[in-house]
Design a protein around this ligand. Structure first.
Ligand SMILES: Nc1ncnc2c1ncn2[C@@H]1O[C@H](COP(=O)(O)OP(=O)(O)OP(=O)(O)O)[C@@H](O)[C@H]1O
Ligand SMILES: [Mg+2]
Length: 413
């Protein structure tokens, strides 16, 4: 297949703590999305989802872009970029507008004004910037539950919006890495909160209506997004991920290498404390520079170390979600994605802590080369392509319909 730089191609770039992922998709004539190819390289200079070493991160992002161009036979000019970090926070706000027309017909401008006023209600500390203003619902003269007020009649319009914000300079550190390329530049079409992107890749409309919690557990961060009644109600990030598990095991078992610790997690790891493993042991080669050695560990000990970290992380997120009273509005349960969602026992642990169903989730509901995308690590990057598709759909659609499409998909503004 010949790739080109034609507008229908949508490219997602996810600069993860452990891997940089690129995905390419195409917006079909019927508005659907076809996934075409992906590329992935190990990342450097990224910690807890943020760039901490400009030169290293820039070099490996550019390597990923160039390799993807060669592998996929295309030129990458524009991307949809994922952003995350422990500084990201969110708030639900309400804004009001007086309907301006003499006929009382609500216009897109009235909607914009109400949403802008909702956004203005976010108290931003110094240096914080708003990443997304997601429209939730509207009220016309106090009547709630209006998804798209354009064209309806009323005097007073109120908008509920979910605002996601973070520290501007921390986002800029990531954006600056895209300016290193000399031959051609990579322009950012949209920057998207990673957790929001992941939720777009794994949830369908039914999941959002029923109420869902998405946890994307990567190497350095856990992004979370809560949907209730089809709307995004809460988002956030904990700077905890697989790297913490590796460190915990490294210290807990006094191992000499991170690679060894990672291998033990993959081969013997579980976060569910199963009494039947009591007394079982595993032999692990711990070769160092001097000699090949073999050590024996209690399986239970490994599981206790891994359980402690994930248990703590899940309880923090549960408490945040439950403190906003959202637990009764989440009918579909918890969707676990990101590489660490593969951890054995995580589904069981999540079910017991949240007291609701939990499932391992990967991108679903797409056409094209779907096999290479059906991995939990790919949720963010596939969601970026989906975000680009929705944004392009809005640009193509008539005035007013865009807002409806966005609302229909539970999408960001
Ligand atoms: N089978 C597995 N069992 C346990 N952990 C796993 C498994 N496979 C991958 N992981 C872990 O998943 C993590 C990588 O996942 P992912 O690619 O989603 O992270 P990332 O996007 O690079 O990081 P982040 O989103 O935090 O910036 C690593 O910590 C890796 O050790
Ligand atoms: Mg990630």
């Amino acid at each position: 297949m010949i790739f080109s730089r034609k507008p229908p191609l949508i490219v997602g770039l996810d600069i993860g703590t452990s891997a940089i992922k690129i995905a390419v998709g195409e917006r079909r004539a019927d508005g659907g999305l076809s996934l075409m190819g992906s590329h992935r390289v190990e990342s450097r200079g990224v910690r807890k989802g943020e760039v901490v070493h400009h030169a290293e991160a820039s070099a490996c992002i550019m390597q990923a872009v160039q390799e993807a161009e060669e592998a996929l036979n295309m030129e990458i000019g524009e991307i949809e970029l994922a952003l995350t970090g422990g500084h990201i926070d969110s708030a639900n706000q309400r804004g009001t507008a007086t309907v301006s027309s003499e006929t009382h017909e609500i216009s897109e401008e009235d909607v914009e004004e109400a949403v802008t006023n909702a956004r203005a209600g976010v108290l931003l500390a110094d240096g914080k910037v708003v990443l997304h203003v997601v429209r939730q619902q509207f009220y016309i003269d106090g009547k709630d539950g209006v998804a798209n007020p354009v064209g309806l009649l009323g005097s007073r319009l109120e908008a509920d919006a979910h605002c996601i914000y973070g520290i501007g300079t921390r986002f800029q550190n990531t954006l600056n890495c895209l300016h290193e390329r000399r031959e051609t530049s990579v322009d950012v079409n949209n920057w998207v909160f990673s957790g929001l992107a992941s939720s777009l890749a794994i949830l369908d409309r039914h999941d959002k209506e029923l109420g869902s919690i998405v946890l994307d557990i990567g190497a350095g961060t856990t992004d979370y997004v809560v949907y209730a009644k089809g709307m995004i109600r809460q988002t956030g990030v904990l700077a905890i991920g697989g790297d913490h598990l590796t460190n915990d095991l490294l210290l807990g078992l006094k191992l000499q290498s991170r690679r060894r610790a990672e291998a033990i997690i993959r081969e013997h790891g579980s976060v569910w404390l199963d009494p039947t493993v009591r007394g079982k042991t595993v032999k692990v080669k711990t070769s160092d520079l001097l000699a090949d050695r073999e050590r024996t560990f209690q399986l239970e000990h490994i599981h206790v170390v891994l359980n402690a970290r994930m248990d703590e992380m899940l309880r923090i997120i549960r408490d945040r979600v439950f403190s906003q009273g959202l637990n009764d509005l989440v009918g579909a349960g918890v969707f676990l994605t990101g590489g660490c969602a593969r951890l054995p026992g995580l589904v069981e642990l999540t079910q017991s802590i949240f007291e609701m169903p939990a499932t391992l989730a990967a991108p679903q509901g797409f056409d094209g080369q779907v096999e290479q995308f059906a991995e939990p690590e790919m949720s963010t990057v596939v969601g970026l392509v989906k975000y680009g598709q929705i944004k392009r759909g809005e640009a193509h659609s008539q005035r007013g319909i865009g807002a409806y499409v966005r609302r229909f998909l539970g999408m960001a503004g």
